[in-house]
Write a protein that binds this ligand. Sequence first.
Ligand code: PEP
Ligand code: MG
Length: 571
Amino acid sequence: MENHLVTENRVTMNGQGGLTGTPVVAGFAYGPVLWPGKRVEYDETSLGTDRVIADDERDAESERLVAAAAVVAGRLRDRASHASGAAAEVLAATAGLAEDRGWIGAAKSRVAKGVPAPAAAVAATAQFSEMFAKLGGLMAERITDLNDVRDRVVAELLGRPEPGIPTPSQPSILFADDLAPADTAGLDPAVIVGLATRLGGPTSHTAIIARQLGIPCVVAVARLSEITSGTMVLLDGGAGSITVEPEESEARELVERSVAEAALVAAWRGPGRTADGTDVAILANVADGASARRAADAPVEGIGLFRTELAFLDRADEPDVDEQTRLYRDVFEAFAGQKVVIRTLDAGSDKPLAFIEHPDEANPALGVRGNRIGDDHPEIVRTQLDAIARAAEESGTTPWVMAPMIATAAEAAQFADLVRQRGLTAGVMIEIPAAAILAPAILAEVDFVSIGTNDLTQYTMAADRMSAELAELTDPWQPAVLALISQVATAGAQQGKPVGVCGEAAADPSLACVLVGLGVTSLSAAPAATAAVGAKLSTVTMEQCRAAAAAALATSSPALARRAAAEKLDH
Ligand code: PEP
Ligand code: MG
């Protein structure tokens, strides 16, 4: 089925339109909207602040208060028993607060003086909040929880629905302005199948819990409040869109597919291979020993890009051979016996290094960056290559070594010579259109190439990769970028040399299939993205990848390229 949501404006299914926000957790969810009950509004009349309880009714009022607190605590404890980990702890702690003797005692002493139970609960909470605020630190952080308990107890006393998230009778999509910690911690992914908030960003509390629970989630959705409880919506956590009243069977199919995909990704362990058995190594991008060790837990077959400059961003002086050797060895040992591609310093532009004198440049991205630093500082390149060679020898590994920002075959030849003098395998990155256009000449000088799609896109489209305004131009699905990748992959195949991709493009499962269809032989990405890439690749044949690549190449925009590829890959 065609993916109707991947279009220019993202929400053009048969429904009545939709909203967009910031995507947080990918996946589709379909169901009725559920808005949690409003927090209790404290007007004096409903609380009873303006009344005095008669003497002979005060004991009963006190019992009413204790019973309400017990009901609230019981409900929270029940939810805690169905949760696990941090969520269970948060809920159990909140339940404990509801039955806290000090808090209940303070409220009861007010009831004994004739204050109605709801007003007594509010006053006791204010007293404790003041005390917690004075104590500061962890105690002060509990004020939010205490206020949450107060709202629940008051609602119980007033016979109103409990604030927070009611348990829906059918799987629902939770809409909220934002959520209290106890609300988010208690979410059950079986009944809350999607989540959208009007406020919050990708690192908000809601976003973090949604990621942990794997609930498709979109945050910062303006106009969210226009959609009322009970409205059927389709939430697309990957695109950040919400479609109102979508066509039901299409929506259900998208959800089914996304649930199946999530299960496949969770179970995927590698190695990288298409459904019909073509091997495509799935590799990790790393920055140092710690990230390499973490990457070793991901289903990857090696390292496709070790960005060495990232380890030295905070250094005032150039690290000597010994220090560099230790760092490289640390990374090589994390992947002993496996493929490791290390890149020489890509300093300059957005990654200046303090120990390298960077000239004052009007356009640093087009200036002395990456391999070009070796023109004025050949000793920096030599020192690094010496350290890489020593680390290789000491760790008994055979890393591949590549240079960033290569523009000409002459630069490639010069670098390859330095690498081979040290008995290592030489390659270069293809990040500059000139290098892609003359890929046959460059490949003739080296043993392999790796395409850096982040910079290749930036330089092909003449669009700064950091610019939010130019996001459509800096999209690696741009057909012009795909055409250059195609030229490089074809040249690699003709010369029998590996052509990898190590830019962000390799982290996009559908684009990864297109790259494979263009002839790319390995994919390297952030470790967290690799399972989704490998899982997707395992579902498609080489023929589908080639068809998707040809279809994407024949389009005129990233959105159309995505749609064209999806048609070939998702059938
Ligand atoms: C790239 O440009 O795609 C790449 C992998 O290099 P970096 O992102 O480090 O510039
Ligand atoms: Mg780059």
